[in-house]
Design a protein around this ligand. Sequence first.
Ligand SMILES: Cc1cc2nc3c(=O)[nH]c(=O)nc-3n(C[C@H](O)[C@H](O)[C@H](O)COP(=O)(O)O)c2cc1C
Ligand code: SF4
Length: 708
Amino acid sequence: MSQYKHLLSPGKLGPIDLRNRIILSPMGDNFSDPDGYCTEQMQAYYEARAAGGAGLIIMGVVSIAFPHGTAEPFQCAISDDKYIPGLAKLAERVHKHGAKVAMQIQHAGKVAARDLSEGRDLWVPSIPRMTKNNIMSSLTQEELGKFISSQRRDSNPVIRVMDKNDIAQMVEWFAAAAERAEKAGFDGVEIHAAHNYIIAGFLSPYHNQRDDEYGGSFENRVRFLREVMQAVRARVSPTFGVWVRIDAYEMHTEGGITLEEAKKVAQIADEDGMHAIAVSAYATITRGSAFTDAPLVQKPAGYLDWAAQIKSVVNTSVIALGRIEPDVGDKAIAAGQCDFIAMGRKLLADPELPNKLIAGKPETIRPCIYCYVCVSQIFINERIKCAANPFTGQEFQKVILPATQNKHVAIIGGGPAGMEAARIARQRGHKVTLIERSNRLGGTLFFAALAYPENGVLLDNLTAQVKALDIDIRYNTAATAELLSSLHADQVFVATGAKRDAPSIPGAEMKHVWSGDELRRLMTGDRADEIAKNKLSLTQRTMMKAGSLSGATNSRDALQGLSKLWMPLGKKVVIVGGGLVGLELAEFLIERGRHVTVLEPSPSLGAELSIVRRWRVLDNLSDHNVAMLTHCEVTSIDKNQVNYQDKDGQQHSVAADSVVLAVGASPDHSLATSLNQQGFNAISIGDCDTLGYIEGALRSGTNAALSL
Ligand SMILES: Cc1cc2nc3c(=O)[nH]c(=O)nc-3n(C[C@H](O)[C@H](O)[C@H](O)COP(=O)(O)O)c2cc1C
Ligand code: SF4
């Protein structure tokens, strides 16, 4: 508790008393029904976060003029009294757990995707300025069909530059929405004045091109927000909280919102009685990775300094947000940089985070791995989910309950699927034996954690939780029929991962050609000697030992460092396969000074990565001059080059000192089949069953354990 004393201490957000300073950041979830009603799925999702201990729950984007001005296909509405009963139920379910609840009221303005797709006018402050970007080019065919803005009915939406009546109407919508929120038993509203939506459009000197009293000078651009804030305050009681979310910056936007202006907006909001200022940011999507600068942020505590600067010029409370770790948030509150910490992704990954801090068990918190699966769902009009937490959004139907009949389950393979199955099965009361061939848990997640360190935190969490439970872990153990017979297990889960067949490319047998699996095993010490003997020269083996690569393989940090000094790959590396594994490996190698070319046979790169993470990886690789070629069929590998054919049948070659084959992974049911033939009750889970990487592995492990 003491480590997080400030974060966990009660706070007053205007008239609302909060039990601690942790706020669920508003996140559009797409859990409503298509008519904007609050569903059981939505209520259970928010209730779980209240039960997890957060002080305040803020519902993401609630539509004030539904379906007009709505961005998402399953967005919740507050534009009519008929929505009150469902929302009142939600409020009651949150309150039951001692948390307070607010909703973020929003009109999406020019990004109202439903107006686009349903043929309504788009309401805007002035004619939108278009930005060219490359984001569509990296989508798969399937994603292109579902992509949020591809739903427009015709290519020329009708733009309606708001006149004064429209402005008055919009102000009224905001005020009426707040009044209804209060009627529904909510404790407050957050006025969404950020992220390129309608109010931000007025505030932005770049986007607002009006020449009347709502455009031009700062006083004019802030006028609309002032009218909204004042109208909302006038319509609700003094005990109802009202605050505003603003952008500290409009990044990648020449002439956009800057911190200096954001400070002035905050001061005005303070004057107009806002109980808090939530400090976010927006970035014009000049390219896909800009989305990971803002409004989602990859950089830890990426906006905290801005929140602190805004705090220094206002008297009202400040809500800081943006990848803020609990200890960082605690210190920021202690230092007076902000008053509250809003957490988004962390509470998707683990709604119990506040309770676990209170219990003094931060190591048990399931971490967010910054894979952007959650938000990428929004881009393809799907309900949100979390790769690290299969229960997110499924709270209404997926619950860990004690087993009705206790069984003994033997799990073969200690990767993410095996560990998650073991953890949940044990929690349900089953006896669990976990059989692992190597001397450590993690499976391919260990290597994935080298390529993207964010994955490492998940690995630590899974390992710690499995070790903390009464699970019989057998390291360095082969899952033989004898062993399984001696265990008398009722159920066997086979979680030994995918099989990776080397493609039959002439030349693939040469020593400078590595399968992804060989490289992984060498680097992570998984039967590395076998690989070293076959693939490395004596000098290389000596260097490997001298660098202690093999001896240090239990420490990811050591491996990170040592692999910068030595790896068995030459300067020019060709990676065959531009999927998740190939691209993350490319990132790992460019950090180690390699010149990398990626050859992908299909039309798409990184198809298994979430859209937003893919944008980030692809931009990073192109910034490092990695050539990434699609439609390339590798025909042969020579000593110094890789030969391939493009989609027009033209032959090309690219120089290579080393080649890595990151293709050919497929599910592997062979062990489960053979065990079943021998009379064991075995099923495949994780990549063994269906390729699904971290998200699929955790979901599969969870489902298996729940099915026992
Ligand atoms: C799935 C998802 C949906 C989001 N939807 C909203 C939204 O509706 N309104 C909003 O202001 N911010 C939205 N955000 C941004 C978050 O509120 C938060 O500011 C951002 O994720 C940074 O905080 P974090 O690092 O704690 O996630 C969303 C973020 C995610 C991940
Ligand atoms: S989906 Fe990925 S980025 Fe989103 S909350 Fe879960 S782990 Fe974090």
